[in-house]
Each structure stands twice: as C-alpha cells, then as structure tokens.
Design a protein around this ligand. Structure first.
Ligand SMILES: Nc1ncnc2c1ncn2[C@@H]1O[C@H](COP(=O)(O)OP(=O)(O)OP(=O)(O)O)[C@@H](O)[C@H]1O
Length: 226
C-alpha cells in the first residue's frame, strides 16, 4: 500500500531545544489517523514538518501526494479578501479560469455550510467557527489527496463538527483522501479515525487501529473478575 506521508527518524529542535527525537510515522493511503498526546509533546511541530513548513535536522520526511491541504487552529485568512476570495485565492496556480475558480470556491463554501450570504463577508465579519470553516473549504478546494488538520475544528460546536466530519468521510470514500488530524478529544478520535498515533514527548509512542483499541477494551471489560 502506498504511503502519502512517511517520517523516518526525524529530529527537530526549536531554537536549539530538541522537540522531536527519532520520530517515525507513516500514513497508509486512504486512512484517517488521529494524532494525540500531551500538550507540548510536539504535535504541531510534527504537522509543520509533514507540511514542509519546517525542515528536519535529521531523518527524512517523504510526502507522496499530488496536492496537500492544511488546516490550522488559527485559520489565518487574508483579511482583505472575502470568504469567497480566500477560497478562490487557493485555486490560483491550478490553471483554472476566474469563473471556474469562483464556481469551485462557492461549491466548497456551500459544502462546509456557508451560503452565498456568508461567501461575500470579510473574515472580520465572520465568527471564529465560520472562519475555521472557510479555512477548511480553502484546504479542500484544491482537491487534496493528503489533508493535515491541527485542531482544525476546535472553535466549532458539535452539530457543525459532525457535518464537517460527514463531508470528510464522503470525500475519503469518493477520492481516497488520507487525513492526519491533531485532537485532544478522545471521542472525536475514536469516532472518526481508523488509526490512533499516540505521542510521548518528542516521539510516537504507539500507533494502533481504532478497531483493535475497541476490541482490547471490550475484552478487558468482559474478562471474568478474579
Ligand atoms: N516557534 C517555536 N519556537 C520555539 N519553541 C517552540 C515553537 N513552537 C513550539 N515550540 C516548543 O516546542 C514544543 C512542542 O510544541 P508543539 O506546539 O509542537 O506541541 P503540541 O503537542 O502541539 O502542543 P499543544 O497540544 O499544546 O498544542 C513546546 O515545548 C513548545 O514550547
């Protein structure tokens, strides 16, 4: 099976202070992996390395994807562009005409639950949750085959989160999208991921399939009390 993302023996230091040491992680194509671990263990640093925004001091980061989508906790939208303009901007460089870019951007905003009324608003006129939805639409508009999400849904309420997850599951089923998402929410991880990657400070401590975790838990619950 191909691996759209693989990190081998990655070391990384922020300002000379080691943060990741000999970190290994691989994502099989079409899987959804939840990256979990204590605050400060290096999850966001791993995502930045995976995205190519940071360069490892040692080891190797290999991305085998045609198009990468990234969503951060901070949506970082262009303040001088509308929601539609922000999503359309991401489509420049794909060789599409202006009308096609606008149509794709509109459709993607619609898919994340932002209709024509919201599409024309500037980031300052949108709530934090709406800005996060614009950021997701921007990442998905390029039709990525690898999506990295760093606490991307943290400002969203439960019903909106559920709708966006439904959209991601549909995209995965249709396109084989591979997703790595950082979350502190165990329920979100168990409900939406196929695999868990659990970090200890600086490294991946364990990767396991969610099904294996659930059956281990169930057999422990059903074990006779001695
Ligand atoms: N730009 C930076 N400059 C210096 N140190 C940094 C920088 N970014 C992160 N660090 C440090 O690197 C370590 C790992 O940070 P990182 O943000 O990757 O952890 P995290 O697991 O994502 O944390 P959280 O769950 O709190 O978001 C922390 O000690 C943090 O203080």
């Amino acid at each position: 099976m191909t691996e759209p993302l693989r990190l081998d023996g990655v070391d990384f230091a922020h300002d000379g202070r080691p943060v990741l040491r000999g970190l290994d992680l691989s994502l099989p194509a079409g899987t959804i992996t939840a990256l979990m671990g204590p605050s400060g263990c290096g999850k966001s640093t791993l995502i930045a390395l995976a995205a190519g925004l940071l360069t490892p001091d040692a080891g190797r980061v290999a991305r085998r994807c045609a198009r990468l989508g990234i969503v951060f906790q901070d949506p970082a939208l262009l303040p001088w562009k509308t929601a539609l303009g922000n999503v359309g901007f991401a489509l420049r460089g794909l060789g599409l005409g202006r009308a096609e870019r606008r149509a794709r951007a509109r459709a993607m905003l619609d898919a994340v639950g932002l209709g024509p009324g919201d599409a024309g608003k500037y980031p300052r006129q949108l709530s934090g949750g709406m800005r996060q939805r614009v950021a997701l639409a921007r990442a998905l508009a390029v039709a990525p085959d690898l999506l990295l999400c760093d606490e991307a849904f943290s400002a969203l309420d439960a019903p909106v989160r559920a709708k966006l997850w439904q959209l991601l599951h549909e995209l995965r089923a249709r396109t084989g999208l591979t997703i790595l998402f950082v979350t502190h929410d165990q329920d979100e991880a168990m409900e939406h991921a196929d695999r868990l990657a659990i970090m200890a400070p600086g490294r991946i401590e364990q990767t396991a399939s969610v099904d294996a975790c659930i059956s281990a838990f169930t057999s422990r619950m059903n074990a006779p009390v001695s």
